[in-house]
Design a protein around this ligand. Structure first.
Ligand SMILES: NC(=O)c1ccc[n+]([C@@H]2O[C@H](COP(=O)([O-])OP(=O)(O)OC[C@H]3O[C@@H](n4cnc5c(N)ncnc54)[C@H](OP(=O)(O)O)[C@@H]3O)[C@@H](O)[C@H]2O)c1
Length: 230
């Protein structure tokens, strides 16, 4: 059986289940203490994956922020921050995005064969473009990452990518942070879209932890027998 990394999905959402505002402006859902917690989870990861829409919308760095965590990783012989990974069908990624211009050189971009050549020319040495064949299938991406030594993968969104990991039964753990307000705009990106999820009224996920962090709440779900309660 092909192996895949331990996969932890992480995101913050409003009470009404949105990941962001609908007006194109960046919405801060989390708080400072929770961002520090997320930083610690990043520091434990070998790779962080987001969808291309998140790279375009948020222009994230996806680096470990705490110097103490970076120093610890370096002392362990690892890179200061995890490998950064994104997926694209269209290949519409800007090499001046912070994903490509900040931090170390460990970046992977999975795309269909039809756009790989163009994307390689566009991104140059900033990233390794992986030709994933006709379609980018997430189970194959997970196997490929495992083959590259990634044992712990953190998926930070957005909803499109989270939906695929969940419906594909490719996640071991879900960390949901609920912010204490509503977005109330159905044009905003939702946590997940329609799909057949392995967890439903007849097969409930296991709630592993509930933690209040200031004005937000962290819900940790164990989604597979591989769940690591730390
Ligand atoms: N609150 C949070 O914790 C959080 C975290 C992350 C993001 N967000 C928000 O989420 C929003 C973006 O989420 P989203 O659901 O619109 O998009 P997303 O999941 O970030 O990215 C979707 C894009 O990823 C690429 N993609 C996904 N699956 C693929 C596959 N199997 N093969 C090839 N490419 C694939 C496609 O890129 P192409 O279009 O390039 O083909 C697709 O359009 C932003 O507003 C962001 O702020 C919130």
């Amino acid at each position: 059986m092909p192996e895949r990394p331990y996969t932890l999905l992480s995101c913050a959402l409003s009470i009404d289940g949105y990941l962001d505002a609908g007006n194109g402006e960046r919405l801060l859902l989390s708080n400072a203490d929770d961002l520090a917690r997320v930083d610690a989870v990043r520091a434990e990861s070998d790779a962080i994956l987001v969808g291309a829409a998140t790279v375009r919308a948020d222009d994230p760095r996806l680096l470990v922020r705490s110097k103490a965590f970076r120093d610890r990783r370096l002392a362990e012989g690892r890179s200061a921050s995890p490998v950064r990974v994104t997926l694209t069908r269209r290949g519409d990624l800007d090499p001046s995005a912070r994903f490509f211009t900040t931090g170390g050189d460990d970046r992977l971009v999975y795309c269909p064969g039809g756009v790989a050549g163009r994307l390689r020319r566009r991104l140059g040495a900033t990233a390794t473009v992986v030709d994933a064949g006709h379609r980018v299938e997430l189970d194959r991406v997970a196997e490929d990452l495992h083959g590259r030594g990634i044992r712990r993968l953190m998926v930070e969104g957005g909803g499109n990518v989270l939906t695929q990991f969940l419906t594909g039964d490719l996640a071991d753990e879900l960390q949901l942070v609920v912010a204490p307000f509503f977005v109330g705009d159905s044009s905003a990106p939702r946590f997940v879209s329609d799909g057949r999820f392995p967890w439903n009224a007849g097969r409930r996920a296991a709630l592993a932890e509930v933690r209040q962090i200031g004005d937000v709440v962290l819900l940790r779900y164990a989604l597979s027998p591989r769940f690591q309660d730390e």
